[in-house]
Every structure is written in structure tokens, then in C-alpha cells.
Design a protein around this ligand. Structure first.
Ligand code: SAM
Ligand code: SF4
Length: 334
């Protein structure tokens, strides 16, 4: 067992880990073509952590010095009673930032309550502004519902809203300027994401669909005056300020601009596996620890601290061939 020091959450590469992303479910009401295969098997509910167990792990992470938590999934807002978890986390002393990643289909129902529970910032996925294309990229989604969810988020007064767009060559790369304008005109940020090879998908060849952030930057610079921003978020986005706009344009570029050296993140899957890296399989089973010790924090604290020793230097993403990482993004928690 590790003895507690004042800054226990430091990995063997000297990176301070203060950010936990929690996937509260692998289920989702959409089926985005880069995230899932068409026929997905979801986990039996009995294998998931309860909301109380998730809350307890989050509490110990914060007690050990963690300051940021993002709730993600799958689609977090499809999990029953999810508001209870946000309300619990929103009351944690020491938690500086509680954020959410969502596809926005349920934001009309939840946005105001989430803001009241203490959610400061929201990331919303939106890959196309064309209804038919949006349907093709999500397989089942209705653009109108998502745009209404975005309006609800804007009305709820979050400190910051960011649109996340995964860009695939030949699918939606021609929409980069339109998506940026949509976000910036509403005072939101936008990040363009290079697709990551997580899990087998049946829709497209990821190497062929690869669209580099640099190619997008060139295209965006024909319409916007961009200057690199010194501001960093807690996540992997590299930002640019946009003349005449409050919102920024960011890029998440796992292939073209590796961000592992600054990684401050770990991830908890819905089944209680603590993943030390999005692109590797190093992990620790926290579910067994909390179920074996429901009333004693020391074993859970020890497991969290010991797990950090497993954090690898970085991912080894390769778009060609069969993905090395079999888990899809929905079970990993993006
Ligand atoms: N369902 C929510 C949503 O879509 O925002 C939260 C979970 S989703 C897995 C989180 C983020 O991961 C989304 O912005 C999504 O676009 C992104 N994502 C999913 N699969 C990806 C992949 N293979 N490569 C890169 N980003 C991916
Ligand atoms: Fe669902 Fe988000 Fe994956 Fe799309 S990216 S299928 S919305 S979990």
C-alpha cells in the first residue's frame, strides 16, 4: 500500500493528474459512424457501477487532489437519475470544474438543472448542419432536436459551450467553415477532432477518411483571421483566437500534433475500470476494490494512487489496419 504524500497524483513521467473523465454509461441514443459499429452490444446494466459508487470514486479522486471532472459516455443524459450524480459532484469541496460532454439530444430537458447543479461548461458534439448528412453520420439522429438542445444550453447560461466536430474527409470536411461560423456566431468555441482508431467500425476506412488538422486550419484561414492562443483548457485542444469573435477555434490532433506530453487525464469506464490512457489498455479495476471495501476509503485511495504508476508515456495510434484498441469510444468515455 502506498503512503499518502501531499501531491499523490503524479505519474512516473512527472505529469500531475488532476482531471478525471467518467463514462457513466456505454449506451447512447445515437450511433455515430466513427464511434460505433452498426450492431453494438451494450453492457448488461448489472455490470455498471451504481451512481453512488461513481460518486464515491469521484469523491476520493478529489480528496487526493483532483480538481476537474468531466461526465461523458456513451450519452450521459440517457442514464437514469443522472441528475443525482451531478448534484452530488456539484457539492464536492475541492472540485474546481464539473463539465459534461453530450450529444445534446436531451439538453432541452436537462440544461437548466445541470447548470443549477454546478456544471460550468458543456461540450456538444455536432458534425454537420445538413439534416440528411447529420442523419448519415449519426445513423439515427435528428438535427433539429440537437439544434434545439444547443439553444437550451445557450439559454441556461453555462460559462462556456464548445462544439466538438469529428471531421472525416469526403463526409463533412467541406463543412468546417460553416460549423465554425455556427459556433462563433453564438459565442461558442469549436474544436475539430481527428478520428481515433478506437474499436472496429464497419462504415468507412479510417485511414482514407483521415483529415488532418493542418488541412482544416488552412481552409479556415481563408475565412477567419486566426492567431494561436496561449490559453490552454484542461483538455487536449490547441486553440486559436478568432478576430471579431469571443469564441475560439481548437484542434484535437492525436495524429498530427501528439498531445501526450501534457496529459493530465485518467478515465473511469462505466464498469469501474480506471483507464490510464485513451490509446492503451493499462488499467485498474476499481469496482472490485470498492465492492470489497464499501466502508473503508484507504484501499480505494491506494488503488487510485498505485494505478498512476501504470500510466504510459503516450498512445500508439495507427489508422492503418485493424485497431489495436478494441474498445469503442462510447465505452471509453471521450
Ligand atoms: N455522447 C456524447 C457525445 O457524443 O458528445 C459523449 C461521448 S462521445 C464518445 C465523446 C466525444 O468523442 C464526442 O465529441 C465524439 O465526437 C468523440 N468521438 C467518438 N468516437 C471518436 C473517435 N473514434 N475518434 C475521435 N473522436 C471520437
Ligand atoms: Fe453516441 Fe457520442 Fe458515440 Fe455519437 S459519439 S455514438 S453521440 S457516444
Amino acid at each position: 500500500m502506498t503512503t499518502l504524500d501531499p501531491q499523490p497524483l503524479i505519474d512516473p513521467h512527472g505529469r500531475r493528474i488532476d482531471y478525471l473523465r467518467i463514462s457513466v454509461t456505454d449506451r447512447c441514443d445515437l450511433r455515430c459512424v466513427y464511434c460505433m459499429s452498426e450492431q453494438m452490444q451494450f453492457l448488461p446494466r448489472a455490470q455498471l457501477l451504481t451512481l453512488e459508487e461513481i460518486g464515491r470514486i469521484a469523491e476520493r479522486f478529489v480528496a487526493l487532489g483532483g480538481t476537474r471532472i468531466r461526465i461523458t459516455g456513451g450519452e450521459p443524459l440517457v442514464r437514469q437519475n443522472i441528475l443525482q450524480l451531478f448534484e452530488h459532484l456539484g457539492r464536492l469541496d475541492g472540485l474546481r470544474e464539473l463539465t459534461l460532454t453530450t450529444n445534446a439530444t436531451r439538453l432541452r430537458r436537462f440544461a437548466r438543472d445541470l447548470r443549477q447543479a454546478g456544471v460550468a461548461r458543456v461540450n456538444i458534439s455536432l458534425d454537420s448542419l445538413d439534416p440528411q448528412r447529420f442523419r448519415r453520420m449519426t445513423r439515427v439522429g435528428r438535427l433539429e432536436q440537437v439544434l434545439d438542445g444547443i439553444d437550451a444550453a445557450l439559454e441556461a447560461g453555462f460559462e462556456r459551450i464548445k462544439i466538438n466536430s469529428v471531421i472525416l474527409k469526403g463526409r463533412n470536411d467541406d463543412e468546417a467553415i460553416g460549423l465554425a461560423r455556427f459556433a462563433l456566431d453564438r459565442g461558442m468555441d469549436i474544436s475539430f477532432i481527428e478520428e481515433m482508431p478506437l474499436g472496429l467500425i464497419d462504415d468507412h476506412d479510417r485511414a482514407e477518411a483521415y483529415c488532418s488538422s493542418d488541412a482544416l486550419l488552412d481552409r479556415l484561414q481563408t475565412r477567419f483571421r486566426l492567431t494561436p492562443s496561449s490559453a490552454r483548457s484542461a483538455g487536449p485542444s490547441r486553440y486559436y483566437e478568432v478576430e471579431g469573435h469571443e469564441g475560439r477555434i481548437g484542434f484535437i490532433s492525436p495524429h498530427s500534433h501528439n498531445f501526450c506530453a501534457d496529459c493530465n487525464r485518467i478515465r473511469l469506464t462505466a464498469t469501474g475500470r480506471l483507464l490510464l490512457c485513451l490509446g492503451q489498455e493499462h488499467s485498474a479495476d476499481l469496482k472490485s476494490v470498492i465492492r470489497a471495501h464499501p466502508l473503508d476509503d484507504a484501499p480505494l485511495d491506494g488503488a487510485l494512487i498505485d494505478a498512476l504508476r501504470l500510466k504510459p508515456a503516450g498512445h500508439d495510434f495507427d489508422l492503418a489496419g485493424i485497431p489495436v484498441i478494441q474498445r469503442h469510444m462510447n465505452s471509453t468515455g471521450g
